[in-house]
Ligand binder design. Structure first.
Ligand SMILES: [Zn+2]
Ligand SMILES: [Zn+2]
Length: 141
């Protein structure tokens, strides 16, 4: 899977470890057609080994989000694998209301516009998450 080999490269370059559990969580998230909630990820984990606690999934997600390999979609309370993890970016998401698929944009113009308008309003941006809901191409016809 392209996303997994990208992730391995990214982690190697940054000197952080993509442990088997982190890798597995990323694989599950990346393998899903629509964003997965934590419960959906848990369901697919194999807990027959030592890693029996759901907390390992949350820790793995924290790591993956921190490294920009996974994005959290607040409006869906779900996670999606990043499509552009090799480059630093602020993402915008197009979420289809019908099939729940997510497309990821990385418009630096959108990010800059938000940043500048926030600055004009005297607001210090810590993080921006733009989630746009609508209908995807497949569901629109
Ligand atoms: Zn991304
Ligand atoms: Zn759709």
């Amino acid at each position: 899977m392209q996303i997994l080999s990208n992730a391995e490269t990214v982690c190697q370059q940054r000197g952080v470890r993509l442990t088997p559990q982190r890798r597995r969580v990323l694989e599950i998230v990346a393998g899903s057609h629509s964003p997965l909630g934590a419960y959906g990820i848990l369901e697919q984990m194999d807990f027959s080994g030592r890693c029996s606690a759901p907390i390992t999934v949350y820790r793995a997600l924290d790591f993956l989000i921190g490294q920009g390999l996974v994005h959290r979609l607040t409006s869906l309370n779900a996670f999606t694998a990043c499509m552009h993890s090799a480059s630093e970016h602020i993402a915008q998401f197009l979420i289809c209301r019908a099939c729940r698929t997510v497309a990821e944009l990385k418009s630096s113009r959108v990010a800059q516009t938000i940043q500048q308008n926030a600055e004009h309003a005297g607001f210090a941006v810590a993080q921006q998450v733009v989630e746009v809901t609508g209908t995807c191409r497949d569901c629109g016809v």
